[in-house]
Design a protein around this ligand. Structure first.
Ligand SMILES: Cc1cc2nc3c(=O)[nH]c(=O)nc-3n(C[C@H](O)[C@H](O)[C@H](O)COP(=O)(O)OP(=O)(O)OC[C@H]3O[C@@H](n4cnc5c(N)ncnc54)[C@H](O)[C@@H]3O)c2cc1C
Ligand code: FES
Length: 272
């Protein structure tokens, strides 16, 4: 059986800055790009020195292709929150990065092709949905509900314009799309279903995903969340990434390593 190579040495080919700490890094990585499914992630050694010691996990944002349609690389959507992401945000073309991946499980397409796929992303949690939209847009009915605090936090949404999914925006200050949280849009979507089969896929801040899960459970619509737990190894060794899932134990739950059991998890099984 052919073994998938997990360690990839990649070269930065381009960087785009969207302002306010958001950036996209394009990497030359044909082998990784050919294997990567939407919802999977890579764990990056930011530089070949003691600090930052731990790799930093990132979803695949987009897959680059050559004129023949062959995958040539992946891109990552980043937001600066600490020193690792700050270093990535300043990488210039030619810089080398060591990536572990693909890690975790990708989003699974619903068996019934008539199922409406409602993607709900908040802020940087929108990253996996560009890759997913490109993968599924041809044969699935998709809609992307995108939430952020303000328009400046969604400047990267212009990258979704050719992804094949209709997009609805919600911002808390009303500077783009509907004023309010993204759950306002989800509420309308769920009400409009009127019995049509649907699945909700979500990624973003925990509080947003919790609200999404509760709404979907109440509406009896299956939902899956891509959990961005704080991670270290990324492949099941360190126990750094656990989440509580319902189980027949004295406490009513067990701990799941989200890097290997997820990161995409059934919302109905999680203890929110
Ligand atoms: C599966 C997965 C996919 C991710 N995809 C993306 C992505 O596509 N784009 C993106 O910008 N970010 C993504 N993240 C979050 C990203 O990994 C963290 O923001 C990054 O590791 C922070 O590193 P730092 O050195 O800049 O910050 P640190 O200085 O290490 O930390 C700064 C802050 O970030 C928080 N943080 C640290 N590590 C993580 C972590 N692993 N997950 C969540 N928060 C963390 C800390 O609690 C702290 O508040 C993802 C996380 C996971 C687990
Ligand atoms: S990140 Fe180490 S076990 Fe999940």
């Amino acid at each position: 059986m052919e073994r998938t190579r997990l360690l990839h040495e990649c070269t930065v080919t381009k960087r785009t800055d969207f302002g306010h700490g958001y950036f996209e890094l394009f990497l030359d990585a044909p082998e990784l790009a050919a294997q990567m499914g939407a919802g999977q992630f890579v764990n990056i050694r930011v530089r070949d020195e003691l600090f930052p010691l731990l790799r930093r996990p990132f979803s695949s944002f987009d897959i680059s292709k050559d004129v023949r349609g062959r995958a040539t690389g992946i891109s990552l959507l980043g937001h600066i929150v600490g020193q690792g992401t700050r270093m990535l945000a300043h990488m210039e073309p030619g810089a080398k990065l060591s990536l572990n991946g693909p890690l975790g499980h990708p989003f699974e397409a619903p068996e019934n092709p008539a199922t409406r796929v409602i993607m709900v992303g908040g802020g940087i949690g929108l990253a996996p949905f560009l890759h997913l939209s490109r993968q599924w847009a041809k044969d699935r009915e998709l809609v992307l509900l995108a939430g952020g605090r303000a328009q400046k936090d969604l400047a990267f949404m212009k990258r979704f314009s050719d992804a094949g999914a209709p997009i609805l925006l919600a911002t808390e200050d009303g500077s783009a799309g509907v004023k309010g949280r993204v759950t306002v849009l989800l509420d309308a979507e769920l009400k409009a279903l009127r019995g049509k089969p649907a699945v909700v896929l979500t990624c973003g801040p925990w509080a947003m995903m919790k609200a999404v899960a509760e709404m979907c459970i109440a509406a009896s619509v299956p939902s899956f969340a891509s959990l961005e737990s704080v991670m270290a190894c990324g492949y099941g060794v360190c126990n750094g990434c656990v989440a509580q899932v319902k189980a027949d134990t004295p406490h009513g739950f067990r701990y799941a390593k989200t890097c290997v059991e997820g990161t995409v998890m059934d919302c109905a099984t999680l203890v929110w």
